[in-house]
Design a protein around this ligand. Structure first.
Ligand code: GLA
Length: 694
């Protein structure tokens, strides 16, 4: 018996096939195949030869490689029976259900009394395929490892790109050459983490941002993932994603992986980036008021830290509004007796010493300026020095003698009484005030990985979202420590990094754009002297870097000179005038000929306009700027391109490059094939080039 199924989304085709009722293999994943392709022949053509030293038949690289079938690599499933005996199932076909762009395949092992279901949903608009695996058992079993559908990786690929990072240095791309054996990433911190963004990109040989093929994966789960990319002795390659191993602490009768999001591109890394950006924005994030423009934020953290004084905050709010802010976010320090980070987490009542009349006078003032009001919480956390910890020490997760993180423990979110308590405290604050935004923080790792903790967090957010549907939530975890599509299904913005250093931010947001759209990526103008790097960066660079994403301010506006305030007001005005299309645009990373220049192009969905940001992150090796090739344009169309901040060219730019004089009209073919020649500029500056299709 041969079985075969195909999924198409207009850009990619995925073919699954199986013999003798066994688990299916992905026998093709790549550029769209013709409709007439014979899938039976494709299955036969896919088989590899056998020679000395090999088994007589090559074990299938199935959607869940089974250890018991002599599979030479890592299995897709590891589990034990109730009495701890290892289970080595062999699954047989039970049922297939095909729907429009969706496929569900169920298999059973009647001896082991287990079931396995694979789900695949294609999206012809975003070109992201969402898949998952569900294991069922007729009695509770212990799960060690369950992979989402296991997929083959291309063999015309020399390296893979996955993502690491650190506090103030998120989204660092790590390139690892393929070799025999495996690349294994496992995040055992219990949160997505700065260190382990759950993404993988596999470019084929020669792929750049703008051209070539690439395959990309993202595991949508906030509790820590495991990824392995393995080359088998016969040359085949497999990719597995799932929850971190052994994070299901209790036996169960059903386990389901988080969704694995995959996409194939023949338009370079940008093809994958655009698919993920669109899918995140249009399918995952559910904006309470999608038609409302993204408001310019002001966040007071770096201005006042824990030192909250009503008149000062009112003054800051007035100044922020004058600069163009539309939402004021009151950060950490408003509750309990929170004068520093050693105390009060979980005591979610307004501090009467700092706010004798409650938050209302500040909120009223913010509203009178035409801004909306947001508030910081860190719900999953508790300080030992808090009233709640004194009353309920057993609510904390982990042992009594655990090492604290930022002087705090995590609450055990699997306990319904903990979730009820948090719901009551948070809903009391939300009900009593006109608050339309929560900055939801998570500033430490867990004492041990625990899937029930993540499910508990999700349940609390879901309950609050259901009862306060107009409240937006920002996911923060010491900056970008909880960014993934599991949390973004429930939230609306991410605090990408605690680094407001524009130079660092330029790089972080450029690399994050492989997965994240501008509309969810918070980016703030920080203080003149950056608090986390010590650098001093000019206001123009700070403002333009923030204007590349969802813009906001985080400096104390009282520090601004008249010049700085004028530049910031102007760039904010530009951002507001353009956010309507920019927050829906595709971010295309440009292949910069100069490694000192980090450049991107935000292209409107209808191709009618774009803006190119060319950030000079370092001193160039060569003396004159190299042409910067644009991308994604119609070669036959003509475009008017204009350097909108040419006035910032320094005196040392002595020549007369055409873009310094005025706008140019050029073909898409020229702009992409030769590129724009920008004027000379200092390091730590940004050129901003607008383009309009004529
Ligand atoms: C974390 C966040 C910051 C700020 C502080 C408050 O570090 O990333 O933006 O909210 O907590 O304590």
């Amino acid at each position: 018996m041969i079985q075969e199924w195909r999924l198409d989304d207009g850009q990619q085709t995925l073919v699954l096939a199986a013999r003798r009722g066994r688990l299916p293999e992905c026998v093709y994943w790549g550029a769209a195949l013709p409709a007439r392709e014979d899938l039976g022949t494709l299955l036969a053509a896919h088989g590899i030869d056998v020679t000395g030293g090999m088994l007589d038949e090559n074990p299938d690289l199935s959607l869940c490689p089974e250890a018991v079938r002599s599979f030479p690599g890592q299995p897709g499933l590891i589990l034990r029976d109730t009495d701890s005996t290892p289970l080595l199932p062999k699954f047989c076909f039970a049922e297939a259900r095909e729907e429009d762009h969706a496929l569900y395949l169920t298999y059973r092992d009647d001896d082991a009394r287990l079931g396995l279901t694979f789900g695949f949903v294609a999206d012809p608009e975003t070109h992201v395929i969402t898949c998952d695996t569900t294991l069922t058992a007729d009695r509770p079993v212990h799960l060690h490892w369950l992979a989402a559908p296991v997929l083959p990786a291309p063999q015309l690929s020399d390296e893979m790109i996955d993502v690491s990072g650190r506090w103030c240095g998120e989204f660092q791309l790590a390139r690892t050459p393929w070799s025999a054996g495996m690349r294994y990433r496992e995040n055992r911190t219990g949160r997505t983490g700065h260190e382990h963004f759950p993404g993988l990109i596999i470019p084929t040989r020669g792929t750049t941002n703008c051209s070539g093929e690439a395959y990309a994966f993202h595991y949508g789960w906030s509790g820590g993932h495991r990824m392995l990319a393995e080359e088998l002795p016969d040359g085949r390659r497999q990719v597995q994603f799932g929850h971190a191993a052994r994070m299901e602490t209790a036996p169960g009768t059903e386990f389901r992986t988080a969704p694995l999001y995959i996409t194939y591109s023949n338009a370079g890394l940008n093809g994958c980036a655009v698919a993920f950006q669109r899918h995140t924005r249009d399918r995952i994030v559910q904006m309470p008021r999608p038609d409302r423009p993204r408001p310019v934020h002001y966040n007071c953290w770096e201005a006042v830290y824990f030192d909250h004084k009503l008149p000062v905050l009112q003054d800051i709010a007035t100044r922020a509004a004058a600069l163009g802010a539309e939402r004021f976010v009151l950060d950490d320090g408003w509750f309990g007796t929170r004068d520093d980070d050693t105390r009060s987490l979980s005591d979610w009542t307004v501090d009467p010493r700092k706010y004798p009349d409650g938050l209302t006078p500040l909120i009223d003032h913010v509203h009178s300026l035409g801004m909306s009001f947001g508030l910081w919480f860190e719900p999953e956390m508790i300080n030992p020095d808090s009233d709640i910890h004194r009353a309920h020490p057993d609510w904390a997760l982990g042992s009594e003698d655990q090492t604290l993180g930022r002087q705090q423990k995590a609450l055990n979110m699997a306990l319904p009484e903990v979730r009820d308590f948090l719901y009551d405290r948070m809903s009391a604050i939300l009900s009593a005030h006109a608050i339309d935004y929560i900055k939801w923080d998570h500033n430490r790792v867990l004492p041990m990985p625990d899937a029930a903790q993540t499910r508990g967090s999700y349940a609390l957010i879901d309950r609050l979202r259901a009862d306060f549907p107009l409240v937006e939530i920002e996911s923060c975890a010491s900056g970008g420590g909880r960014i993934d599509l599991g949390i973004l299904r429930r939230t609306h913005r991410v605090w990408l990094s605690d680094s407001n250093d524009a130079l660092e931010r330029l790089r972080i947001q450029h690399d994050a754009a492989l997965f994240l759209p501008a509309s969810v990526t918070g980016s703030h103008v920080g203080p003149r002297h950056c608090h986390t790097s010590g650098r001093v960066i000019d206001i123009s660079m700070r403002a333009w870097v923030a204007a590349q994403r969802h813009m906001g301010f985080e400096m104390d506006p009282r520090e601004l000179t008249d010049h700085e305030a004028a530049v910031l007001t102007e760039v904010t005005g530009w951002w507001k005038a353009n956010r309507g299309w920019m927050m829906r645009a595709d971010i295309l990373r440009l292949d910069s000929a100069d490694p000192a220049v980090i450049a991107e192009q935000q292209l409107a969905r209808d191709g009618s306009r774009f803006v190119t940001f060319a950030g000079k992150a370092a001193t160039s090796a060569q003396i004159a700027p190299r042409p910067l090739r644009l991308t994604g344009l119609d070669p036959a169309a003509t475009y008017r391109v204009d350097l909108i901040n040419r006035a910032t060219a320094p005196n040392l730019s002595r020549g007369k490059p055409a873009l310094k004089q005025g706008p140019l009209v050029l073909s898409g073919a020229y702009l992409m094939g030769h590129g724009v020649t920008l004027p000379w500029h200092f390091p730590e500056t940004m050129w901003v080039l607008e383009g309009t299709r004529l």
